[in-house]
Structure formats: C-alpha cells, structure tokens
Design a protein around this ligand. Structure first.
Ligand SMILES: [Zn+2]
Length: 321
C-alpha cells in the first residue's frame, strides 16, 4: 500500500512547473463598481479606493482573475490530471489551506489583467489531523500588458479523510484555531507562559493577538509574559444549552450544570476571556482576585489541550461584591 503511494508521490512531483492556466484574461477590466461592492462587503472605507484617482484594494487581486459562474478560460489539462490522480489514490477531499499574495503595483480602473498559473510545488505525503495527502501550491502571475502587477499563491491539501474515532465521553473541548497571527500565543501556552503582545513602536499591550497595533498601526511587536495576577472584570454564567465539555471538573456538583465564563483583567491591563476555577459558578463576582494557572483538558494523548485558566485566590471567594 505504501509503495503505491510513494510511486504516486513521484508521479505528482512530475507536475511541478507545469502550467495550470495559460493566457487567461480578466472577464472585466478593473472597474469602479466592482471596487465599490468589494469595499462595501469588506467595510473598507479607505479613501484611496474611491474618487477620480482611485486604486483597487490590493487584496482584490484574485477577483480580477476569477471565472465566475460561467467558468474559467485558459485552464490546462495538467491541473485536472493531477486532481484525477489524487482522486484515484483515495485523496478525494480537498481543503484550501492558505493564500499568499504579493503586490508589485496598484491596479486602477481601466487596467486589463491577464494571468498565467503554474503548479509550483507538490509536497511529499503528509499526515495531518484531517487525513493523509499532498499539499499542492499554485502560483498565478497577474499582468497588465507586459508588467507583472502581482502574484497569487494558493495552497490546498488534497487528502484521504482520516476516520476519527469518537471519544468515549463525547464531551471534548473544541480546539483553538492556530494561525500565523496567534501561533506565538499558543506556543507560549504550551510552555505554560501567558504572552501578551507589545507594540515595539508605541509600547501598547494587546490581547487577543493581532497582526498590527490598533493604537499606532505599527506591524512590529514583541511579547511580555503576564505575571499571572488578575481580577474578574466581568463574567457571564452559561445555563443553556448545556455543553458538558465546558463544565468545571473541580466542582462535581456543576458537572452537568451551568458554568462561568470570565473576562479577566490582567495586572498588565489587557483582558482575556477564560474560565474562572476554584469556586462554584454562582460564587464568581466582579472584582474577585484570580491567579493564572495552566490546566490540561480531555486527557487526549493524540491531541492534548492545555489552556490558561484563572483560579480564585484562597479565602477571597464571596469576599467581594
Ligand atoms: Zn503601537
């Protein structure tokens, strides 16, 4: 079985560098109505995208190349062949994993785009939580006349779905969605550190993690480790519907019942949503001093989950409010 798949891997590599689309042309020139609709949909009010000197939002790059319901023109057979090979090998599922764009110059109304796409790379066989398969990266070069105006890399995972065994308890916490913007936070959690992002331009602390500073717009940041002290800034008690995975296991009486979700203000000034532990849900109060700890959930060897939670300080429950 594995020999078959390795042969497949070699065959798939043979598609690297082959054209996926040649001499594609945008269905419409870059135009103000499409820009306006995009900006309305995105809630983007940047003045650069309106008025007589408008440019198109750079992130619209792919929109100018899309075939729409009437389909694509200029697509080669190579991409379809590659997909057929993967389908035949059982890799029948597909998920888009990421997209990277580079912008070389702004597009303006009236620009007529053309594009070529190449199968840039096919990964070795990878096993992910979704299943085993191959990452396929396609690069599209977008031009106006002879000028390269941008590139669009699009990566998919074509895979054979894993058969997930249901958990005996049936109550498992949803896993965090880890991406490039928040990976550092979750790496910190693994080391039992709660890391707060700090803008290196203006010094503003921020949480949750973001790619830029809301205060000054600066993209550069470092981190500071939270001391672990905090207070309950606000909280809600969840009664219905019941989610057994979220109940507080250190209070058996609550096992099937309500639980408190706290908004914790850290000593450093930023706030984080977390569980308040150490007291029953109906003893959580605004202003309670809490202390950070890291708790492991679900006892899942394959997919461990560690989360920061906040424990009410000894003797303080019921003492405030
Ligand atoms: Zn800043």
């Amino acid at each position: 079985m594995s020999t078959v798949i390795d042969e497949l891997g070699a065959k798939l590599k043979g598609y690297e560098g082959r054209a996926a689309a040649v001499a594609g042309t945008g269905k419409d020139p870059v135009n103000e109505p499409m820009i306006r609709h995009w900006c309305e949909a995105m809630g983007d009010t940047n003045p650069a995208y309106a008025g007589p000197d408008a440019v198109a939002p750079p992130t619209m790059l792919q929109a100018w190349t899309m075939g729409g319901l009437s389909g694509h023109a200029g697509r080669t057979g190579a991409y379809d062949e590659l997909f057929d090979l993967l389908d035949e090998a059982g890799c029948t599922s597909v998920v888009a994993t990421d997209c990277e764009q580079e912008y070389l110059r702004p597009l303006r109304p009236g620009d007529e785009v053309t594009f070529d796409a190449v199968i840039e790379s096919v990964s070795d066989r990878k096993t992910t939580k979704l299943g085993t398969g191959y990452f396929v990266t396609t690069r599209m070069d977008v031009r106006v006349g002879q000028d390269l105006v941008g590139t669009h890399r699009f990566r998919i995972l074509k895979y054979a779905p894993a058969h997930r065994k249901p958990k005996a308890s049936g109550a498992r916490r949803p896993r965090p969605v880890v991406n490039r913007d928040n990976a550092g936070f979750w790496e910190g959690v693994e080391r039992h550190q709660l890391l707060i992002q700090r803008c290196t331009n203006c010094g503003t602390l921020r949480h949750p993690w973001l790619p830029g500073c809301n205060t000054c717009g600066g993209p550069d940041w470092d981190t500071v480790e939270a001391s672990g002290d905090g207070t309950v800034y606000s909280y809600v008690v969840m009664h219905h519907p019941p989610f057994p995975a979220f109940t507080q296991s250190d209070h058996a009486a609550d096992a099937a019942g309500p639980y408190a979700v706290g908004l914790i203000e850290l000593a450093e000034g930023v706030r984080i949503v977390s569980n308040v532990v150490g007291v029953p849900y109906d003893k959580v109060r605004v202003g309670l001093p809490v202390r950070l700890e890291f708790r492991r959930y679900d006892d899942d060897e394959d997919d461990p989950l560690v989360l920061p939670v906040f424990r009410v300080q000894e003797g303080r429950e019921g003492g405030v409010g």
